[in-house]
Design a protein around this ligand. Structure first.
Ligand code: TYM
Length: 336
């Protein structure tokens, strides 16, 4: 982080899907970094509701989740006056640019995306074109704001690389139209694993609710889920690829407290997993407490949420339309 916090006014963009309540993985891998970057940069953050359409969701539920996610983003203290906090579908230019970028993306490139392959397996009865095209819409989200940095978890790295490839290709044909974005992936917390199967990433779509911690989970629930996290039979706290469960809890503890592996190992030297898990649970509860308190308050303020989202959409659209206009002209669309 040090080397980039010294630069001012770079543009930072990231979005999160309203597919359910975000998990501790979303928070430690992405949202926590958004909150830090919001202090220093020109930031644009949003709810990627168009991306969520790739999986069938009951309309009223999608609307509710989008509103709640928007409230959660505001609860992160992203400062919606200095930064832009918006909902993707409120800015039509994203979809317009996505169509144009489709024509500059090779079928083979999109077909290589591992998330497409995973999601196709999970949604075998609905492998729609949107699911395939999803990374191109994501590239449009990023490139339309001339973003310099994109704070994401490791699972989005391949999509970021595709966005960079599309930008570079487009620029090589039309001159420098897009800023080529850099991913910003935190040193720890970028890949939080399932509490039950620590070889897999923590995901809110996991069928086992004990596998993830939701940002709205109560302290009691958080404690129970961490207590039941899978570890091993060695009863010794240290970081190792042979100890994925314990290493994952150490990643969580590190991301919440800032303590290094050595400090954590020293703290629990001679103690069992019971003490360790209790400390991890406490750290998570304390980390989430201010966010949860603010969320509970803001989510009820519907007028404030609507006004802030309308303002965010207007300011986002103004910036997005600038890039879209330039792109339309470059590719030869009739514009006057
Ligand atoms: P989404 O909604 O799946 O996740 C939001 C963010 O959370 C990160 N993340 C994790 N980080 C660490 N450990 C985990 N277990 C974990 N699970 C999720 C993700 O990497 C992501 O940063 N396609 C994106 C949303 C998107 C987007 C964009 C992101 C749409 N347009 C433009 C950046 C820029 C997605 O589905 O993220």
């Amino acid at each position: 982080m040090e080397n980039i916090t010294t630069e001012k006014q770079k543009t930072v963009l990231s979005l999160i899907q309203p597919t359910g309540t975000p998990t501790l993985g979303n928070y430690l891998g992405a949202l926590k970094n958004w909150a830090t970057m919001a202090q220093e940069y020109d930031c644009i953050f949003g709810a990627a509701d168009l991306h969520s359409l790739t999986v069938r969701t009951e309309p009223a539920l999608l609307r509710k989740r989008t509103l709640e996610l928007y409230a959660l983003l505001l609860a992160l203290d992203l400062d919606p006056e200095k930064n832009i906090v918006f909902v993707q579908s409120h800015v039509p230019a994203h979809s317009q640019l996505a169509w144009i970028l489709n024509c500059y993306t090779q079928f083979g490139e999109a077909a290589r995306m591992t998330q497409f392959k995973d999601k196709s397996q999970k949604n075998a009865d609905n492998i729609n074109v949107g699911l395939f095209d999803y990374p191109v819409l994501m590239a449009a989200d990023i490139l339309i704001y001339q973003s310099d940095y994109v704070p994401v978890g490791i699972d989005q790295k391949q999509h970021l690389e595709l966005a960079r490839d599309i930008a570079t290709r487009f620029n090589s044909v039309y001159g420098s139209v897009f800023t080529v974005p850099e991913p910003f992936i935190g040193k720890r917390g970028a890949s939080i694993k399932s509490l039950q199967e620590p070889e897999k990433k923590m995901s809110k779509s996991d069928t086992n609710a004990k596998a993830f911690i939701l940002l709205t989970d109560t302290p009691d629930v958080i404690t129970k889920k961490i207590k039941s996290a899978v570890t091993d039979s060695e009863a010794k706290v240290y970081y190792s690829p042979d100890k994925p469960g314990v290493s994952n809890l150490m990643d969580i503890y590190n991301a919440c407290t800032g303590l290094s592996n050595e400090q954590i190992e020293a703290e629990f030297d001679g103690k069992g997993y019971g003490d360790f898990k209790a400390a991890v649970a406490e750290a998570v509860i304390e980390e989430l407490r201010p966010l949860q308190e603010k969320f509970d308050r803001i989510v009820k303020e519907k007028t404030y949420l609507e006004q802030t989202a309308a303002d965010g959409a207007e300011r986002a659209a103004r910036r997005a339309n600038r890039t879209l206009g330039k792109v339309m002209k470059k590719v030869g669309l009739w514009k006057f």
